[in-house]
Each structure stands twice: as C-alpha cells, then as structure tokens.
Design a protein around this ligand. Sequence first.
Ligand SMILES: C[C@H](O)[C@H](O)[C@H]1CNC2=NC(N)=NC(=O)C2=N1
Length: 96
Amino acid sequence: MTQRLTEQAIGEALGALPGWEAEGAEAISKTFRLADHIAALGFVVRVAAAAEVMNHHPEVAWVYNRVTFRLSTHDAGGMTERDLALARRIEELAAS
Ligand SMILES: C[C@H](O)[C@H](O)[C@H]1CNC2=NC(N)=NC(=O)C2=N1
C-alpha cells in the first residue's frame, strides 16, 4: 500500500474520481464548494474524522465555502493507493 504510483496509474484511477487533478505523480487535489462557511467546516471535520480512522491525512485549505484537499503519502514521497482510498472516502462523504 505504500508503493508509489506511476503517473499512468494515477491517470487511470482519476477516471473514476471526477474533479480530482494530478500534480505529476506527487499528489492529487480537488476543491469542493459547499453551501456556506459552516457547511464547509462541517465537511472538513467529517473528512478529518475519516482520515484519522484511515490513518492517512489530507492537506486542507478552507476559504469561506470552498475546501481544497491535497492528497499525497508523505512516507512514500508521492502518490500511493492510500491517497486514492482517501479520495474515494472523501467522495463518499461529499455525496452523503
Ligand atoms: C505514524 C503515522 O502512521 C504516519 O505518519 C501516517 C499518518 N498519516 C499520513 N498521512 C499522509 N498523507 N501520508 C503519510 O505518509 C501518513 N503517515
């Protein structure tokens, strides 16, 4: 699970992760627009709780009602399956 992914593998995985953008093989990121500031905070909290369960944590930028998550595996120095799993979990939370 901590093996770095190639750009090709990342690109293939992003086909099922709409809106996520790759930074080479280093990271993926996506910005979510919520109803308002507090809805955005609530989303950050839910993602943070899921990240804690997964022991895999995003970089987060929160500006009013917009939240950007940047995912990369620090221990591997780039993208791994753990980042894709977290992105899928974030998408589940966004849809719930
Ligand atoms: C000790 C702990 O398991 C590690 O530091 C975990 C915590 N959360 C993490 N989050 C991310 N994004 N990358 C990691 O390599 C990572 N490692």
